[in-house]
Ligand binder design. Structure first.
Ligand code: ATP
Ligand code: MG
Length: 431
C-alpha cells in the first residue's frame, strides 16, 4: 500500500477525550473513530489489526477441534424468557420492537441461541461432543463505556460453547480451552495471566479470566512472578506447567492462605481479554437440551462457554506494547510488517530503489506500507514510529547512490546501514 493513496487520517495532538495510551494512539494513528458513546468506526489500519487478531483466534479454535458458526446479532427475546435471563442483564441488554411489535434484542452473548440450535439439531450421543464458536459483534449498554474500544458498547467477541454428555467431557473441553487461550495470547505477543474468578450472571461454578498485565487494567491481580519472566522472555514454560502457577483475582486472593512466598508474589492491574466458564446444565435444563445417551436414556447436556474480547485485544496489545513515540506492534498482529520511508520522493534514484524494494517484498508475501509522500523527513519518521510497524526501511539520496538502506527495528530501536539485498534477506527471515 502506498501512503499517498491510503486512508490514514493521523492526528498530531493528543485527543483530549482519550484517558489511556491505547485510546490515544488508536485515534492518533487513524485506526478508529468515535461515532457514539462506546461505538467506533474501524478505519483501514485498525481493521487490519482486528482481522489479524481474528485470524489467530480462528486458527487456534479450529486447531482445538471447535467449529465456526455465525449467529445473528438480533435475537427474539422469547428465548431469554425461557432461560429465565430476560431480566438478569438489566439495562445492559438493548431491546426494541420490530414493525410487528415483536421484541428483539441486540445480542450481548449467545448461550440461549446456541442452546436452541443444539436442542433442535443434536439428538444422540453419536453427535457429541461439540464445541461451536463464532466471531461476532455484541452489544452491551454499559453504564460507563470508556477507554475507547476497551470498554465499548458494541464490541467484537469470539464466543464458543461446548456440549458434552457428562461432567468429565465438559471438564476436558474446559481444560482444552484453557490451553488454547494461553496459545492464542502468546501468538499475539502477550502473556495472559489466568486467574480463578467469579462466574457472575453467566452462571456455573468454575471459571477463569485471562488478564493482560497493564497499569490501566480495571482488575487487581495477584500472581506468581514466573508469569512476568515468561512475558519478558527470561523463562519458557509449557501451558501444562503454567497451569500449576498461582494466580488469583482480588476477590479470590487470601494473603493468609496464599501458597507462594511474598517474594514470589506479584501484585498488578490486569485487562480481562478472555473468560472461560464451566456452565453445567444451567441452560440445557432451562431450555431442555438433551440427547439420548448410550443406554437409551435422555441426558441433559453439560455445557461450557468461552469468550475472547477480540476488539478489546487491539487496545490491550497497545497498552502492553508501546513507547512515548507510539505503538510497537508484535509481528503477528502488525497491520503491515514493513514500512518503507522514501526520504526524497521525486528523486529518480530514491524512487526507483523504493519501488523495487516495495515490489520485491510484496511478491514475497510481506505486507508493506510505502511512504511515497513528499512530507518532511521528521514527519515521516514520527508517523512511522506512531503507527508502530515492526520494521522500517529508510532510503535517502546518499544511501541510494551506494544501493544502501537503513533498516530500523521498531521494538529495539536498533538501526543498521546495509545493502538493499541484505535488508530483503533479513526481512524474509524475520517476517
Ligand atoms: P468485564 O468484566 O470486562 O465487563 P465480562 O466478564 O462482562 O467482562 P464476558 O461476558 O466474559 O465479559 O465476555 C467475554 C470477553 O469479552 C471479556 O473477557 C472481554 O475481553 C470482552 N468484553 C466484555 N465486555 C466488553 C466490552 N464492554 N467492551 C469490549 N470487550 C468486552
Ligand atoms: Mg461486563
Amino acid at each position: 500500500m502506498k501512503l499517498s493513496q491510503y486512508f490514514l487520517p493521523l492526528i498530531k495532538e493528543n485527543p483530549s477525550e482519550a484517558q489511556i495510551v491505547s485510546h490515544r494512539f488508536m485515534l492518533r494513528a487513524g485506526m478508529v473513530r468515535h461515532l457514539s458513546a462506546g461505538i467506533y468506526n474501524w478505519l483501514p489500519l485498525g481493521l487490519r489489526v482486528l482481522r489479524n487478531i481474528e485470524r489467530i483466534v480462528r486458527e487456534e479454535m479450529d486447531a482445538s477441534g471447535a467449529q465456526e458458526v455465525l449467529m445473528p446479532t438480533l435475537q427474539p427475546t422469547e428465548l431469554w424468557k425461557e432461560s429465565g435471563r430476560y431480566d438478569a442483564l438489566g439495562k445492559e441488554m438493548l431491546k426494541f420492537p420490530d414493525r410487528a411489535e415483536r421484541e428483539l434484542l441486540y445480542s450481548p452473548t449467545c448461550e440461549e441461541v446456541i442452546t436452541d440450535i443444539v436442542r433442535q439439531n443434536i439428538k444422540s450421543y453419536r453427535d457429541l461432543p461439540r464445541n461451536l464458536y463464532q466471531i461476532q459483534w455484541k452489544f452491551r449498554d454499559e453504564i460507563r463505556p470508556r477507554f475507547g474500544v476497551m470498554r465499548g458498547r458494541e464490541f467484537l467477541m469470539k464466543d464458543s460453547y461446548s456440549f458434552d454428555l457428562d461432567y468429565e467431557g465438559a471438564k476436558k473441553h474446559y481444560n482444552l480451552m484453557y490451553d488454547t487461550y494461553l496459545r492464542i495470547f502468546a501468538r499475539m505477543g502477550l502473556t495472559a495471566v489466568p486467574v480463578r474468578a467469579d462466574s457472575g450472571a453467566i452462571g456455573g461454578d468454575l471459571s477463569h479470566e485471562f488478564h493482560v498485565v497493564a497499569d490501566t487494567g480495571e482488575s487487581a491481580l495477584y500472581y506468581d512472578a514466573a508469569f512476568d519472566d515468561i512475558r519478558d522472555g527470561k523463562r519458557k514454560m509449557t501451558t501444562e506447567e503454567m497451569r500449576g502457577l498461582y494466580a488469583a483475582a482480588d476477590e479470590q486472593h487470601k494473603p493468609d492462605s496464599c501458597p507462594i512466598s511474598k517474594e514470589q508474589l506479584r501484585e498488578a492491574r490486569g485487562i480481562e481479554v478472555g473468560h472461560i466458564f464451566y456452565l453445567g446444565t444451567k441452560y440445557s435444563e432451562a431450555l431442555v437440551a438433551t440427547a439420548i445417551g448410550k443406554g437409551g436414556e435422555a441426558v441433559t447436556l453439560e455445557m461450557g462457554c468461552y469468550g475472547v474480547g477480540v476488539s478489546r485485544l487491539v487496545g490491550a496489545i497497545i497498552e502492553a506494547s508501546h513507547d512515548e513515540n507510539g505503538i510497537i506492534w508484535p509481528e503477528a498482529v502488525a497491520p503491515f510488517k514493513v514500512g518503507i520511508v522514501n526520504l526524497r520522493a521525486g528523486d529518480a534514484k530514491c524512487d526507483a530503489m523504493c519501488e523495487s524494494l516495495y515490489a520485491t517484498l510484496q511478491t514475497q508475501g510481506i505486507s508493506v506500507l510505502y511512504d511515497d509522500t513528499d512530507a518532511r523527513a521528521g514527519e515521516k519518521f514520527a508517523r512511522m514510529d506512531l503507527i508502530g510497524l515492526p520494521w522500517q526501511v529508510i532510503i535517502g539520496p546518499k544511501g541510494a547512490e551506494k544501493e544502501m538502506v537503513e533498516l530500523k527495528h521498531r521494538k529495539t530501536g536498533e538501526k543498521q546501514e546495509i545493502s538493499a539485498a541484505a535488508a530483503i534477506d533479513k526481512l524474509l527471515q524475520s517476517c
